[in-house]
Design a protein around this ligand. Structure first.
Ligand code: AMP
Length: 396
C-alpha cells in the first residue's frame, strides 16, 4: 500500500476551524499524573504549525477504554493542561464531546487559539463509526486533520467517519509514518531485512506473507520461532508453539525457498525448565531442545548469525522481541539485535508496541531512523492492508 496524501502543508488553514484527531492516549498513575508524555510531544509539530498558520485548532482524542460512558478517570483535561504548559498558551477544555460545551468552545475559538473536546470514547458511537456522531464532530470544524497513526487502522468516527463531511488531510506524524514505511515497502534500499519476533505466528501471518514478496532476508525470533522449528521436524520441548499454524509455517518456508528469500531461524536458544525471571538459562541447539525445557531467548550462535545478516542491510524493519525480554536473563537476544540494528548503516524502522518499548528501554531509540507510534497500525501497514484512517484522506 503506498499513500500519497495531502498534508496540512498542502491546504490553506488560515482562519479555518480545524478538527485534529491526535493520539493522546497517555499512561497515567492513580492520581492521573501523566507518566509518559511522548505522545503529547509527538503531536506538537502539527499543532504548532496550525496555530502559527492562523487556524483555530480543535483537538480530539481517545484515552483509555471508558466503554462509551462519561468517566472523569479518562478525562483529557490533564492532557490539555500539560499541552498548554508545553505550548505556552491556554488550551481551552470542553466538558463534553459533542454537547453544548464542545460546540460553544469550538464556536468561540479565534484564529491561533487551541481548544480540546473530551474523550471521544465517552460515546459508544465513536467506535461504531456512527454517521450521526461523526457528523456532529464535523459540524464544529471546516477542515479535518488526522494525526493519530496509532488508531489509523481503526474505522472509528473520529479517525475516519468525519472525513465523509470535511476536507481531510494528514498531520506531520502520519505523514512521516506513511512516507518512511511506504518507501521501505515500495522502493527499499537493499538488502532489505525483516526481523520478526514476539509471541505468536498467528499475529504476524499477514506480515510474513506480505514481506516475503519484498525482502531479501527474514529473521525470526521469539516464541514464534518454535512453530517454524517444529514445522521443520525439530523437537522443541515445552517451548511455546501454535500447532494449528504448523502447516502455514511450512508453506512460508517453502515460499521463501521458492522466492530465494533467506529465512533465518534460531540455531540455538537460551532455554529453561520453567517460565520465570529467576529461571536458569541453558544454551541448547535448536535440534536438541530437551523434552522438559522451553526456549526463552535466542542463543549466542544465533545472535552472531543475526548480527551478520543485519550488519550489511540497507533497510531493516523490526517488529517483536527475540525472547522474553521482560526477564533480564532472557533479554540478551533482543538487546543484541537492537544493538546490531542501531549500529548498522541501514534505514531502520521499528514497529510500535513491544519492539519500540524494548528499543527505548535499552537506550537505542535515537539511533533508529524511525520508531513507529502505532503497534497495530504499523503491523497492518507492513501487511499491506489499507488503513481506514489514512485511506479516507485526500490524495495529492
Ligand atoms: P508480541 O506482542 O507478539 O510482539 O509478543 C511479545 C511477547 O512475546 C513478549 O511479552 C515476550 O515476552 C514474548 N516472548 C518472546 N519470546 C518468547 C518465548 N521464547 N517464549 C515465550 N514468550 C516469548
Amino acid at each position: 500500500m503506498t499513500y500519497n496524501k495531502k498534508s496540512i502543508e498542502d491546504i490553506c488553514v488560515k482562519d479555518k476551524k480545524v478538527l485534529v484527531r491526535c493520539d493522546f492516549n497517555v499512561p497515567q498513575d492513580e492520581n492521573l499524573n501523566i507518566t509518559d508524555e511522548t505522545r503529547i510531544l509527538g503531536a506538537l509539530p502539527t499543532i504548532k504549525y496550525l496555530k502559527e498558520h492562523g487556524a483555530a485548532v480543535i483537538l480530539c482524542s481517545h484515552l483509555g477504554r471508558p466503554k462509551g460512558e462519561f468517566n472523569p478517570k479518562y478525562s483529557l483535561a490533564p492532557v490539555a493542561k500539560r499541552l498548554g504548559e508545553l505550548l505556552g498558551c491556554e488550551v481551552k477544555m470542553a466538558t463534553d464531546v459533542i454537547g453544548e460545551s464542545a460546540h460553544a468552545m469550538a464556536a468561540s475559538l479565534k484564529s491561533g487559539e487551541i481548544g480540546m473536546i473530551e474523550n471521544v470514547r465517552f460515546h459508544k458511537e465513536e467506535e461504531k463509526n456512527d454517521a450521526a456522531f461523526a457528523k456532529e464532530l464535523a459540524s464544529m470544524a471546516e477542515i479535518y486533520v488526522n494525526d493519530a497513526f496509532g488508531t489509523a487502522h481503526r474505522a472509528h468516527a473520529s479517525t475516519a467517519g468525519v472525513a465523509n463531511y470535511l476536507p481531510a488531510v494528514c498531520g506531520f506524524l502520519i505523514q512521516k509514518e506513511i512516507s518512511i514505511m511506504g518507501k521501505a515497502l515500495s522502493d527499499p534500499k537493499r538488502p532489505f531485512v525483516a526481523v520478526l519476533g514476539g509471541a505468536k505466528v498467528s499475529d504476524k501471518i499477514g506480515v510474513i506473507n506480505n514481506l516475503l514478496e519484498k525482502v531479501d532476508t527474514i529473521i525470526i525470533g521469539g516464541a514464534m520461532a518454535y512453530t517454524f522449528i517444529k514445522a521443520q521436524g525439530g523437537s522443541i520441548g515445552t517451548s511455546r508453539c501454535e500447532d494449528d499454524k504448523l502447516e502455514y509455517a511450512s508453506e512460508m518456508l517453502k515460499k521463501a525457498a521458492d522466492k530465494g528469500v533467506r529465512f533465518l531461524l534460531p540455531v540455538d536458544n537460551l532455554a529453561a525448565d520453567h517460565f520465570a525471571a529467576d529461571a536458569t538459562p541453558v544454551v541448547v541447539d535448536s535440534e536438541h531442545i530437551p523434552e522438559n525445557m522451553m526456549g526463552l531467548d535466542i542463543g549466542p550462535k544465533t545472535v552472531a548469525l543475526y548480527e551478520e545478516a543485519i550488519r550489511d542491510a540497507g533497510t531493516v524493519v523490526w517488529n517483536g522481541p527475540m525472547g522474553v525480554f521482560e526477564f533480564e536473563a532472557f533479554a540478551g537476544g533482543t538487546r543484541s539485535v537492537a544493538a546490531a540494528v542501531a549500529n548498522s548503516n541501514a534505514i531502520s524502522i521499528i514497529g510500535g508496541g513491544d519492539s519500540a518499548a524494548a528499543v527505548e528501554q535499552l537506550g537505542f531509540a535515537d539511533k533508529m531512523t524511525h520508531i513507529s507510534t502505532g503497534g497495530g497500525a504499523s503491523l497492518e501497514f507492513l501487511e499491506g492492508l489499507e488503513l481506514p484512517g489514512i485511506a479516507c484522506l485526500q490524495d495529492k
